[in-house]
Design a protein around this ligand. Structure first.
Ligand SMILES: [Fe+2]
Ligand SMILES: [Fe+2]
Length: 320
């Protein structure tokens, strides 16, 4: 068990996502950028969307505030643009946490490090994130590997002040107000990782379906429950939720927010995922980024008011 401190408040700003929302949210926990951004330039129309995810996470306990960047989106340019449009100052950031080693979550890492200002900053990673990776397609006897865009190297991260912290196990940070989940036990039979995913190791492409580095970021809002943030959920969002609840010994789930990766070949997982997530009775569910339209629609039907749409620039606030 990990002693994750119950906090008074958490604020999550979606810095990068695939989608933008124009209409105000009907749920009080969410404000659109036009409603909260202080720069006066926070018009959601001026924010850019892109395939990727980045969250700015702020925790508060007894007046102490910590700020963490969870993932950095696909590119430096996109990260920098949206942070500027939202009028955010990232110089007080305590740490960067990377959910897994894919370009759409790590591509803006240099911009994040530069925005923090060059001082030494912990960057929570898993050592397998730096593998060269690809996706294999097969058709009869034909086989092709599409190499994925590279992620920043260890050396380049260190040069910009990043202090790499390998976290294969659950790890507390920011005065124990947040937890990096570490490797996620793969329990459900239907969450089978990323089919066709391969890694280039010792001069050859080998199966890498598990994406073992895929993890989550977790907070515990006092008397309300866990807030679970996922990058792409290659480990499976049900496995991630189960792991977060087990490790923290918390049954109440306040919010699950992130990319659930239920597109393409993974669409057969939508139904069992919804059935199993319902067993955890989350108060709010926000599937964004790579979740896919079909899964989002089915989740909206299944979860009703508890389904909360999230888009670039949105600010979520959960209080005890
Ligand atoms: Fe992703
Ligand atoms: Fe991914």
């Amino acid at each position: 068990m990990v002693d994750l401190q119950p906090i008074d408040r958490i604020e999550i700003v979606i810095l990068v996502d695939n989608a933008s929302c124009e209409r105000p949210s009907e749920t009080s926990i969410v404000s659109r950028a036009t409603e909260w951004a202080q720069s006066g330039q926070g018009q959601s129309t001026k924010l850019r969307t892109g395939h990727g995810l980045s969250l700015l996470v702020k925790t508060e306990l007894d007046g102490d505030i910590h700020q963490v960047i969870y993932d950095t989106g696909p590119s430096d340019e996109l990260f920098h643009h949206n942070v500027r449009q939202l009028g955010l100052d990232l110089s007080e950031t305590d740490a960067i946490v990377i959910s897994h080693g894919h370009w759409d979550h790590m591509g803006g890492l240099f911009a994040a490090l530069k925005a923090i200002g060059g001082q030494e900053i912990p960057v929570y990673i898993h050592k397998e994130m730096f593998r060269k990776r690809g996706v294999e397609s097969k058709f009869l006897f034909w086989k092709r590997i599409r190499e994925l865009a590279p992620v920043p190297t260890r050396d380049a991260i260190k040069k910009l002040g990043g202090k790499l912290i390998h976290s294969p196990n659950p790890t507390l940070l920011t005065d124990s107000t947040l937890m990096v989940g570490g490797e996620i036990p793969r329990i459900t039979h239907y969450e089978r990782g990323f089919p066709g995913h391969v890694a280039y190791i010792d001069g050859q492409w080998v199966p890498d379906q598990d994406v073992i580095d895929d993890s989550c970021l977790v907070a515990h809002v006092r008397d309300r429950g866990l807030v679970i943030m996922a990058g792409c959920s290659h480990a499976g969002i049900v496995n991630i939720t189960r792991h977060a609840a087990n490790i923290t010994q918390q049954k109440e789930i306040l919010s699950i927010l992130g990319g659930f990766h239920l597109v393409g070949k993974n669409e057969d997982r939508i139904e069992p995922t919804i059935n199993d997530l319902q067993k955890y009775s989350p108060h709010y569910l926000t599937p964004i980024h790579c979740t896919g339209n079909k899964a989002q629609m089915m989740m909206r039907q299944s979860f009703g008011d508890r389904y909360v749409r999230g888009c670039v620039g949105d600010r979520f606030v959960f209080e005890s």
